[in-house]
Design a binder for this molecule. Sequence first.
Ligand code: DQQ
Length: 481
Amino acid sequence: MLKKHLAADPQRPQYHFLPPANWVNDPNGPIFWKGYCHLFYQYSSTIFPQGPKYWGHARSKDLVHWEHLPMALSPTPGGPDKDGCWSGSAFVNEGLPTLVYTGVFPQVQCLATSSDDLATWKKLARNPVNAAPPAEMRVTGFRDPSIWREGDSWLMTVGAGSQGQGGTVLLYASKDLAHWDYLHPLFSGPAFERRNPTSSGQYDAVEAGDMWECPDFFPLGDKHVLLVSTQGRVHYFVGAYSDRIFKAERQGLIDDSALHYASKTCQDPQGRRILWGWVREARSDAAQNAAGWSGAISLPRVLSIDSLGRLRVDPLPELARLRGRHSQFGGSDVNGIVPYPQIQGSTLEIQLVIDLGGTKEAGMIVRRSPYEAEETTISYDAGTEYVVVATGRSSQSPDVSRKSYLGGLKLSPGELLRLTVFLDGSVIEVFANGRTCLTGRIYPARADSLGMGLFARDGRARVKSLDVYEMRAISRDRLTT
Ligand code: DQQ
């Protein structure tokens, strides 16, 4: 019954990874092992109210198609994770795959190992291995550990923060993974205040950033990158790391939308740094419960540093394997609205390269119904320098958010706008010029909201190329609950 209900749901993504049913939040512990990429994730068997967190588990040979596996971690009655196995990471200790995660409540760090190629996991009898933050600190949280090897030591980061003062990433060292010495903060706030403008011109709550969740720290090119999830969005710092000290040189956002959260990365066998995040919902709790599923894992993104030292974020090239029918257009001018009646769909990859000319705003219209009862625009506003996913008319349903999503993008003089947009049921992921990502959710209520067009406001824009691919579904198998 549930399987049928989910299969018939037009809002459910077809080529994003998500569990067979129920709730997913953070991606956890991605790791490559014997020809597979293993991805774990925060899972609850109920949506609202939320149940205790488990680690769901899947694996993939190509980072595109996934096979569900039995739960990796479940709360142990009477154990330090009796109330949930929260986020963490995976690493290999002398050939032994190992998970480090947070048990709650209170928040403590635990280890589990697998001696059968990640099929089953055994928790350490002496858990927790890191039981409390430094005594002198009054922290806002103590969770989401990562472990890596450096010389003859293991190092561990744990996300934390001080109320009203800023987030922090605590750094620990160990010789045996069982006893950990606190060193110093790897990096701390300022309690930066970044405001997230909304469509109405109002401002969201300040991203106070006094608890940094899911820190992820890794080398990239000749730099190091630190990611932190500030209970708002995912911020990155690019900088220099030596002698266990990290000095940030640049700062930015992995995705300008708060709907992409808790990013986690790992390095693939080709040396690429791959990132996944949690795609959050933008509809009511009741609507999520009625759907029987909530959340998705973002498409895999590849991180790199560009020639100007900026962090580049691109969709994984292998996603091209999902492309089906291809329609190609180009070389036309757009002034006002130009419908493309040949294109219909809710699972599409759209690549648009456009010269904005002197237009105030240009871009595409997607998920458009006849007579425009529903439609979503994805455009660039040259005045405000924002990529905008405007959802004001995306859905006739009363249960969904109509807040638009904005991503800052400064184009250099003469630079073309290059938008790659993935539509997948209710999920939209936008990649703009390799340096701005924007995740949105839309929930069109009409079955015929499948149309597409281009538009330009106050002027003429020149389409250099428009490529549209129908995207194939990835298979999703049995229920694991
Ligand atoms: N989600 C986990 C926590 C983490 C938060 C719990 C981030 O470990 O801090 O599901 O979304």
